[in-house]
Ligand binder design. Structure first.
Ligand code: GLN
Ligand code: ZN
Length: 772
């Protein structure tokens, strides 16, 4: 095929679309079903309506092939588990009794059966349910959901392409089921799984599918030769089937690297690749393997996971290059649009001019269609769109929001010394000991206390205009009084104000920082029915005025004990936001760090001696490829240190991280140079404390002794036992006593009892130490 006919054939497509609906109808229907207020039929009807509305919208916009099967009541990996019949033994009876209830039982657990574990979908903020497999797993095909959704789309007269999680990625995302022999690798089940995929493909073919997409994002991670062999085998076998649809293997979230030649050689009919900035290497790699002669290439040139308007001319130039490398080139987003909000048109509070810099799912669809049209019929056919796009890009680039000279010169003047605390830790620790006068095994909490009904009501009333700011602030002060008085009575040593003023630990700061935008309707699915509205770090970031000082100083005015100031760190601010794409992430992190550094300075100046900077997301945004990790950890730790290094030696800096595999980042944790770190540890029986110790971690640490993910109240005896385990890893002079994480999601009664037990346990163990 010539380049010219490859261009003429160019079409627009997407891999997936936001599932929740304009007003989160799906969330409401599913939660209503759980509460017994919505019938199963009504839930199904809502779901079918949402799918129909999405497809119509896509088709009307000019998307040629709509995706099917990307819809989910909860999670598409869980849907795949159902499709291949890998129901864990403990849920089989529930699934047999009622497939829908059994499905939700796997997602959420029941009285007697734990849910599947949940974890992050690659480096996004979407969470999937982890398949549990063992050598005994018997797969069996259940194509009902895939076939029904395809049939629904075809009946609307649409060209449709089912999208499935590919077999290799499915196995690589799985973990050994409880009881599986040590060292069991789910990928060894590939030969058993492929016949099930073959059956599903045959069913889809029979139902009218001409193409089926198999998603293999796991191939953008480092893969061993054995894993790459498995890929080659899987696609050789699936391609060898006689009665099958054409196969499109899709990868996204980065460059394919050594998996690219393997897929290029596979006898499938099409490949979909990421061609955004982060995966630019795919272009050269594709040329290096001689392109994809005879294959369809779907080019992900529109960023599927960030919200900035596309540079259409740049994309057209990429597409132009690709035309010479494949038989047919189609245009798409780099990944499913599941990861971005639905429609910028719903945002009334963002200035119209600024709104034009943003593209949510609906706007991205238009970009894709425009690019496909330009490619197929010539750029003169999209001249108006290109001119408007040029104007929007110029407006963004030239805006004072994008470039604030004061922020830039300050960031440029940062020296290495600004990001280094002096004196070194041992001397600081002595100064802090003298200044704070804390007992051995000091007790504290991680920051938030239960959010009460009164507080939620007040917040809703404030939003609805039924309560003024002064009234709301009085409510927050009342909460702080309650939190301080409880902590004093319970006998905690380092108190917190409880974070009543914060709805969300990132949103709160984003709303107050110059250069950040927040949305009203920009919901993105995080897991199941939980949706979040990530802020947008849009421009140069600075702090106009103190953000937390008033609440911390108010709390401190109520007590003689030290109250810990509480901030969200720069790495976490980036991780849970949409970040500008016109400069390296490290530059944005540095600006956020400088803004937060001002807050740290102000807290110290107003009498705060202990300041905690939370970085629960440090491990989360670790790059997918090992080769990219050092650079990330370097800017990330720099940003943390820049935030925290402007204080006196006797001011104590804490940090906090939630559960993660710390092995990969233990060195980076050390390089944060925080005086105290609190970590989640209760469920793993202090294992992280041992990991830190094994690394030679020499500062103070508080491995959590109270599991806050459960309403269960741990007894004082149990807490003391965990503390004694902790003492085997961290010596008493450096061990803190605290819960695993914030208490925001807990109720007051269990919080009260658990913290009283925690203080009692600390006292018991202190006595044991003084007697020995
Ligand atoms: N300070 C925060 C809180 O207690 C920390 C939350 C987190 O680590 N996710 O809520
Ligand atoms: Zn936490």
């Amino acid at each position: 095929m010539t380049t010219k006919s490859a261009a003429a054939a160019a079409r627009a497509t997407v891999y997936g679309y936001p599932r929740q609906g304009r007003h989160r109808e799906l969330k409401k229907a599913v939660e209503g079903y759980w509460k017994g207020r919505v019938t199963a039929d009504a839930l199904r009807a809502t779901a079918a309506g949402l799918r129909r509305a999405n497809w119509r919208q896509l088709a009307e916009a000019g998307i040629h092939e709509v995706p099917t099967g990307d819809f989910s009541y909860y999670d598409h990996v869980l849907d795949t588990t159902v499709m291949v019949g890998a129901i864990p033994a403990r849920h089989r009876a529930a699934v047999a009794a009622d497939p829908l209830d059994g499905y939700f039982a796997m997602a959420r657990g029941t009285q007697d059966a734990a849910p599947l574990e949940m974890t992050k979908w690659f480096d996004t903020n979407y969470h999937y349910l982890v398949p549990e497999l063992s050598p005994d797993t018997v797969f069996s095909a259940d194509s009902a959901k895939q076939v029904a959704e395809l049939t629904q789309a075809l009946a609307l007269g649409l060209a449709a392409r089912p999208v499935l999680v590919g077999p290799v990625t499915y196995l690589l995302l799985a973990k050994p089921a409880p009881g599986a022999p040590a060292g069991f690798e789910p990928l060894t089940l590939l030969d058993r799984l492929l016949p099930v995929y073959a059956e599903v493909l045959a069913d889809l073919r029979a139902a009218g599918a001409t193409w089926v997409q198999l998603d293999e994002p796991a191939l953008v991670q480092d893969r061993s030769p054995a894993e790459l062999n498995a890929v080659a085998r899987a696609y050789r076998d699936l391609s060898a089937l006689t009665d099958r649809p054409r196969l499109l293997v899709a990868s996204y979230f980065g460059r394919l690297g050594e998996a690219l030649p393997v897929l290029a050689k596979a006898p499938v009919e099409g490949l979909a690749l990421d061609f955004t900035e982060a995966a630019a290497a795919n272009l050269d790699d594709l040329a290096a393997v001689g392109g994809l002669p005879g294959k369809r290439l779907v080019a992900g040139v529109v960023d599927g996971r960030n919200i900035w308007v596309n540079d259409l001319e740049k994309s057209l130039s990429t597409l132009g290059t690709l035309l010479g490398l494949a038989d047919r080139v189609d245009v798409s987003a780099s990944s499913s649009l599941l990861h971005v909000p639905l429609d910028t048109a719903m945002e009334r509070d963002i200035e119209p001019q600024i709104l034009r810099w943003l593209a949510f799912a609906r706007q991205k669809t238009h970009e894709i269609v425009t690019l496909a049209k330009g490619l197929a019929r010539g750029t003169h056919t999209i001249a108006a769109e290109l001119a408007a796009n040029r104007a929007d890009l110029a407006s963004r680039a030239g805006s004072p929001i994008t470039r604030d000279p004061a922020v830039r010169s300050r960031a440029a003047a940062v020296t290495e010394a600004d990001a280094r605390r002096s004196p070194a830790y041992p001397e600081r620790a002595a100064a802090q000991r003298a200044h704070l006068g804390l007992p051995l095994l000091p007790t504290t909490t991680i920051g938030s206390f239960p959010q009460t009904d009164e507080l939620r009501t007040a917040r809703a009333a404030l939003r609805g205009g039924r309560l003024d700011t002064a009234g709301y602030e009085r409510r927050v002060e009342a909460e702080i009084q309650q939190v301080i008085s409880f902590q004093e009575k319970a006998g905690l040593d380092v108190l917190v104000h409880g974070e009543a003023e914060r709805d969300d630990m990132v949103q709160y700061f984003a709303e107050r920082l110059t250069g950040c935008l927040t949305t009203r309707h920009g919901w993105v699915q995080s897991y199941g029915t939980r949706c979040v509205r990530p802020p947008i770090l849009a421009g140069d970031i600075s702090r106009a005025e103190p953000m937390t000082v008033r609440w911390t100083t108010y709390a401190q005015s109520l007590t003689d004990r030290p109250v810990k100031g509480m901030l969200t760190g720069p790495v976490t601010m980036l991780a849970w936001s949409f970040v500008r794409d016109d400069q390296p992430r490290g530059d944005t992190a540095r600006q956020v760090a400088l803004a937060l550094r001002d807050e740290v300075t102000d807290l110290e100046a107003t009498g705060t001696s202990v300041i905690q900077v939370d970085e629960p997301a440090l491990r989360e945004t670790l790059p997918l490829r090992a080769a990219d990790r050092a650079a990330y950890l370097s800017w990330a730790t720099d940003a943390f240190r820049l935030t925290t290094s402007g204080v006196r030696p006797d001011t104590q800096i804490h940090t906090h991280m939630c559960y993660a595999e710390f092995g990969d980042i233990v060195r980076a944790i050390d390089e944060l140079d925080a005086d105290v770190i609190s970590l989640e540890a209760a469920r793993s029986h202090m294992q992280v404390a041992h990991e830190l110790a094994a690394h030679g971690y020499a500062r103070e640490a508080g491995p959590g002794v109270y599991d806050i993910h459960s309403p269960r109240v741990p007894s004082a005896g149990e807490t003391a036992r965990l503390l004694r385990t902790g003492l085997r890893a961290v010596p008493a002079e450096r061990l803190w006593v605290n819960p695993d994480c914030g208490l925001k999601t807990r109720g007051w009664p269990e919080t009260r009892a658990s913290l009283e037990n925690l203080v009692a346990a600390a006292r018991t163990v202190r006595e044991e130490i003084s007697r020995s």
